[in-house]
Design a protein around this ligand. Structure first.
Ligand SMILES: Nc1ncnc2c1ncn2[C@@H]1O[C@H](COP(=O)(O)OP(=O)(O)O)[C@@H](O)[C@H]1O
Ligand SMILES: [Mg+2]
Ligand SMILES: [Zn+2]
Length: 291
């Protein structure tokens, strides 16, 4: 369990590593505690409900500790892309709130990386290992929903009543000169705000991790996007125009994929257009976004 620190290779018996002493929360800027296992999971991470101990301003409030499903995370830097996405998403949200003047502003939860320093029961196979890095954010109360996935496919609610979500995506694309688009919009909506978590950034640079569907995600979004009052004045690629740039066979597989991704989950690179088509599409989208 965890990481063995004493490696006495000459002994022919193993001693149980001493349980680590319970850390002192005052030694840390952020400190959380949890009991029990996951209450939810996404495609990549398990989510466990816990409690903030530090900072003092959050003491006693609930948090969510998320750890990787696929493997253990032994390096703090493995979460760098995740942290970068959450931060950029919040910057974009601030910009969108100002632009739209919406009375239900959009926010993202702040994320901090924490290390598992103590386990009451190290032999329990579930949960983060000792010394494993996890992310932590505020627990969102309310009806958790996913309005858009990372292909930019919107739920019926996003198309009809939660129209702030697609408008935010359209605006994020225009605001970044077509370089990026916010996606995978999920969280809770109250009368006062949307509080979102676990965003995805689609980018032309491809620098936003495994969920970055790039221009393919942007194209799928625009294939179906109908502007609403928030975004109707923004430039937008005309579907007939860019659709003709995609060969029939590729467009067909796009459509098949869209039909199969109506389910609200997060996808990794299951679809890429051919390089030639992608280059054309990128040039076209960039030109429109810089209008
Ligand atoms: N901050 C939160 N508050 C409450 N529930 C959450 C929160 N974040 C995630 N969840 C729940 O956990 C699930 C998985 O979290 P998510 O961040 O989407 O994982 P992944 O990185 O695998 O996509 C979500 O679908 C949701 O049900
Ligand atoms: Mg998710
Ligand atoms: Zn629009």
């Amino acid at each position: 369990m965890g990481q063995s620190t004493s490696g006495n290779s000459s002994s022919n018996y193993t001693t149980k590593p001493a349980a680590p002493a319970r850390p002192n929360p005052d030694d840390y800027e952020s400190y959380v505690r949890w009991e029990g296992g996951k209450f939810a999971e996404g495609r990549f991470r398990y989510a466990i409900k816990g409690t903030w101990i530090r900072p003092r301003s959050k003491e006693g409030q609930h948090c969510v500790v998320k750890h990787s499903k696929a493997s253990y995370t032994w390096k703090q830097t493995d979460w760098d892309t995740t942290v970068k996405i959450y931060k950029e998403a919040e910057e974009l949200a601030k910009g969108f709130n100002t632009f739209s003047g919406t009375d239900r502003p959009v926010h993202f939860t702040e994320v901090v990386v924490v290390k598992c320093l103590y386990r009451k029961d190290p032999s329990n196979p579930s949960g983060p290992r000792l010394n494993e890095y996890c992310t932590t954010e505020d627990y969102l109360y309310g009806n958790f929903k996913k309005w858009v996935n990372n292909y930019g496919v919107c739920s019926d609610e996003a198309l009809n009543t939660a129209t702030t979500m697609p408008a935010f995506m359209h605006w994020s694309w225009y605001h970044t000169g077509g370089e990026k688009m916010i996606a995978d919009l999920q969280g809770v909506r109250s009368d006062k705000a949307y509080t979102l978590t676990d965003p995805v950034i689609l980018s032309l640079s491809g620098g936003y991790g495994a969920t970055d569907m790039g221009v393919e995600g942007m194209a799928i979004f625009f294939l179906f996007h109908k502007c609403n009052s928030f975004c109707e004045k923004l430039p937008k690629p005309s579907v007939n125009d860019f659709k003709s740039q995609i060969p029939q066979a590729e467009l067909r597989s796009c459509m098949q994929l869209v039909a199969s991704v109506r389910q609200a989950t997060t996808y990794t690179c299951e679809l890429r257009l051919s390089v030639q088509v992608r280059v054309q599409l990128v040039a076209r989208f960039r030109a429109i976004a810089s209008k």
